[in-house]
Design a protein around this ligand. Structure first.
Ligand SMILES: O=C[C@H](O)[C@H](O)[C@H](O)COP(=O)(O)O
Length: 236
């Protein structure tokens, strides 16, 4: 049984015609968007706001009408994945690097529904490193300031698919900084288990050079969690 598919589809079944819907990013939200595409072919009528370029391309392929966030807000709901979910429905997000647009869209939504398999549910956040989006200019200095908040930040890297035969730069397998849809970098920050996620979010967001953190505090209202034993929902 594909648990991500189960959770994603179940949340997509909660969407009603006429709704303005935030479309999340990642391998679980993917299934929600796929199901919305299927339901559109059966007569569902919605307008979506994608949280990433990848989701935008998927929605276009599925024929889901899209609009700019500013023209649609407030959205009725957003369906999105998470890397960790605690009992208060506070989240760590951004494993795929989409955290900034995800937070913008979630903040403009009346309701955020999180979709995940059971492995994402934790007692305390922090086993998954906290992604922090930073502007490329002076990122090393920003990383030092983030480190002073009590973590070990690591610049997220990606392996190049193709290289420059002349210079060897970007040769297959060579690593370069991961660049977000907003043209920024990601620092993956290991804070250990986090005692006060709300305080930490405020502390990191106050650092010059930081764009946003992957801590989503008090934003999710409902979580649809799929396990081998079935689907359950968690509320705040
Ligand atoms: O940046 C990516 C997003 O925050 C994802 O929603 C999150 O990483 C969960 O992704 P997945 O469902 O693929 O585990």
């Amino acid at each position: 049984m594909d648990l991500k598919k189960l959770a994603g589809e179940q949340a997509a079944n909660m969407v009603e015609s006429g709704m303005k819907v935030g479309l999340g990013t990642g391998s679980t939200a993917y299934w929600a968007v796929m199901r919305l595409g299927e339901r559109m072919r059966e007569g569902l009528d919605i307008v979506g706001v994608p949280t990433s370029e990848a989701t935008k391309q998927l929605a276009i392929k599925l024929g889901i009408p899209l609009a700019e966030l500013s023209t649609l807000e407030p959205l009725d709901l957003t369906i999105d994945g998470a890397d960790e979910i605690n009992p208060d429905l506070n989240l760590i997000k951004g494993g795929g690097g989409a955290l900034f647009r995800e937070k913008m869209v979630a903040a403009a939504s009346r309701k955020l529904i999180v979709v995940a398999d059971e492995s994402k549910v934790v007692e305390r956040l922090g086993a998954f490193t906290v992604p922090v989006e930073v502007v490329p200019y002076g990122w090393e200095s920003t990383a030092k300031r983030v480190a002073a908040a009590g973590c070990v930040p690591k610049l997220r890297l990606v392996k190049a698919a193709a290289g420059n035969a002349d210079t060897g730069a970007g040769a297959p397998g060579a690593e370069s900084a991961f660049v977000t849809d907003n043209g920024n970098y990601i620092l993956d920050c290991d804070f250990g288990l986090i005692e006060d996620p709300e305080r930490l979010e405020a502390q990191i967001n106050a650092i010059l050079g930081v764009v946003e953190t992957g801590l989503f505090i008090g934003m999710a209202e409902l979580a649809v969690i799929a396990a081998q034993s079935g689907v359950r929902t968690l509320t705040r």
